[in-house]
Design a binder for this molecule. Structure first.
Ligand code: GLU
Length: 412
């Protein structure tokens, strides 16, 4: 299950590098239309990444809480899908990118159905579907679900909730329009208050990375092991995030970053690399499309450097990893990219935690070692050697990894 990696591992270092480079980016404006959000620290910047094995990495202000705002939307959509199924949920909310602003009156002409669950109208319609005998019971369902995704009990920032409740007339108006058109399942004031509360749930970038990783891990929280939603629901949510998650910049995002994602006006941003990683950023200043400036830049860089674009051809030869206890060997096979290398180096680190004994990294059956994987493995081997735990590397890549030769492509 999950473990935290310290500051001396190469994945943390890669995140810290991105954090350092983008920390100087000072464009964008902090959202102020919800008065309480205007108090956010525009310099705050956190990054976190969680693997499908529950390994957690972080840089900067990843432990600072902020309100989820729109980042709550995919998770409440997941809850509605889990409770009611896709067909019933689709009667109330569509799955088409609106190409419009998050708070647009984006309703289908004939049915009054909002275009998707990632814009406000669709999120309010989705929240209205959450069952419960009382408003408190309904909200408890929402909070319990968000908490299960995060792997810890989350809470509400009451000041932010009160601030949005006092100023959220546009969202209430959306609620009334939908109710008038027959596309809202409950009273508009009840639906919008529940929605304001879900937006005011507080979490950190480290929490959000676990939430994102849970979606990428078929609905199983990789840190707690809990099945939060079915794999089918996780796929449905990721699909809508991929096409609608980044406000009216969603198409451009899929093109350039290639990851299902969701941003929010408080500066939160999650992205999911299915079966690989959940990533989260927090940085309050937003660009003109409403997306966090530093978070979006960080994801662009991480996707590119770690080769995470969804449409990228998977490397030939699915990587596998075994630990051969008798030889004290970590044995890797197939094509090693960033994702596989992260697993190899975590396995090596786990072995070094055990009492002294031989440490072997067997790469004999590794078919491809990409540049990122090579850099990560080399950094890990250097560090272990410096700590007096040298690793014997076997296989064609051994000489390169242990630094006796210049870097060239692996050919077998
Ligand atoms: N609570 C915010 C609103 O409805 C969320 C908006 C967002 O993060 O996009 O205005």
């Amino acid at each position: 299950m999950g473990d935290d990696h310290g500051s001396d591992d190469p994945v943390t270092e890669a995140l810290a590098g991105v954090h350092r480079r983008l920390g100087t980016l000072d464009d964008g404006e902090v959202a102020a239309y919800i008065p309480e959000l205007a108090r956010a620290d525009r310099a705050g910047f956190g990054l976190a990444l969680v693997s499908m094995d529950g390994h957690r990495y972080a840089a900067g202000d990843a432990g600072v809480p902020f309100t989820l705002q729109s980042v709550s939307k995919p998770f409440v959509y997941a809850l509605a899908l889990a409770e009611l199924g896709l067909d019933e949920v689709s009667r109330w909310v569509g799955a088409e990118p609106s190409g419009e602003a998050f708070n647009a009156i984006s309703l289908e002409e004939d049915t009054g159905r909002p275009s998707n669950a990632m814009v406000n109208a669709g999120a309010i319609a989705t929240t209205a579907l959450v069952p419960g005998a009382t408003p408190a019971e309904r909200f408890e369902r929402v909070l319990a679900c968000l908490s299960a995704f995060a792997g810890r009990r989350l809470d509400v920032d009451e000041a932010v909730h009160a601030s949005e409740a006092a100023t959220g007339d546009r969202n209430r108006a959306l609620g009334y329009l939908m109710r008038g058109a027959g596309s809202l399942a409950c009273d508009p004031l009840l639906a919008t208050d529940l929605y304001f509360r879900q937006c005011a749930v507080r979490a950190t970038a480290a929490d959000l990375a676990v939430m994102a990783a849970t979606l990428g891990n078929g609905g199983v929280n990789p840190v707690t092991g809990e099945l939060v939603v079915s794999g089918e629901v996780a796929v449905q949510v990721l699909s809508v995030m991929a096409t609608c998650g980044m406000y009216d910049a969603s198409g451009e995002w899929l093109l350039r970053v290639g990851l299902p994602a969701k941003s929010g006006v408080s500066g939160g941003l999650i992205a999911v690399s299915p079966a690989r990683f959940g990533v989260a950023c927090w940085s309050p200043p937003l660009d003109v499309t409403g997306n966090p400036v530093r978070g979006a830049a960080a994801l662009r860089e991480l996707s590119e450097r770690f080769g995470l674009h969804l449409m990228r051809n998977p490397a030939p030869g699915t990587p596998t990893l075994d630990v051969d206890g008798t030889r004290g060997a970590v044995v890797a096979r197939g094509a090693l990219d960033f994702t596989a290398a992260e697993r190899v180096l975590s396995a090596l680190r786990e072995r070094t935690a055990a009492p002294a004994g031989p440490l072997v990294l067997d790469l004999t059956r590794v078919t491809v070692l990409d540049a990122m994987a090579e850099a990560l493995l080399r950094a890990t081997l250097d560090r272990l050697a410096a700590r007096g735990r040298p690793v014997t590397v076997v296989g064609p890549a051994a000489e390169r990894l242990t630094g006796r030769h210049t870097v060239r492509p692996v050919d077998g």
